[in-house]
Write a protein that binds this ligand. Structure first.
Ligand code: IMP
Length: 189
């Protein structure tokens, strides 16, 4: 299946139905692991917003939500690991059970920074749920406790993930066509 949103061609990698099913499984696992606790879910802006919104509606433990925003110096398709905090958490996480919600783990540099930063604030526990994991591109060893889908080394968009702020609204996860991917930054497909 392919479609032509403004600006380029993308192909569906993970359908809306597959995402729904997997989020149900993740929510069940997370609810069971956090039974009797009241975790704080921390969405990493902006890519995690759709995932977070769907995940929290399937959880059956009480929880709170907060957001953190970071900027990563690098080109549009690759983070450099040099990270700046744009928006910090609104709340104190000392003694809290924190679950970081990430859209995609690629090199792992962004998550490594956030885990270290939040870890210094002495949460009671700190875990990560990531919808997508590009394991083969990992540059630093970073722990991801819950993973939705392991995906190949392709640039993906949709379901919250963007290319140049476009495509976040797609209901599925899609790969950009090889032409668009090359035009977007010269990454090998
Ligand atoms: P990392 O620091 O290399 O692990 O990159 C993590 C961040 O890079 C993610 O939170 C995304 O914002 C972005 N990113 C990495 N791969 C992709 C992709 O395939 N599509 C869209 N954004 C991506």
């Amino acid at each position: 299946m392919s479609l032509r949103p403004p600006g380029g061609r993308v192909e569906v990698l993970i359908t809306r139905e597959e995402i729904d099913r997997r989020i149900g499984e993740l929510a069940a696992e997370i609810s069971s692991d956090y039974r009797g606790q009241s975790p704080l879910l921390v969405g990493i802006l902006k890519g995690s917003t759709l995932f977070l919104a769907d995940l929290v509606r399937r959880l059956d433990v009480p929880h709170e939500v907060d957001f953190i925003s970071i900027s990563s110096y690098g080109n549009e398709q690759r983070s450099s690991g040099v990270v700046r905090l744009l928006k910090d958490l609104d709340c104190d996480i000392t003694g809290r059970d924190v679950l970081l919600v990430e859209d995609i783990v690629d090199t792992g540099l962004t998550l490594h920074y956030i885990r270290q930063n939040l870890g210094t604030r002495r949460p009671r526990s700190l875990r990560v749920v990531a919808l997508l994991d590009k394991q083969e591109r990992r540059e630093v060893d970073v722990q991801v406790e819950y993973v939705g889908f392991v995906i190949p080394d392709r640039f993906v968009v949709g379901y919250g993930l963007d290319y140049a702020e476009q495509y976040r609204e797609l209901p599925h996860v899609a790969v950009m066509g090889p032409d668009e991917e090359a035009a977007a930054g010269g990454r090998e497909a």
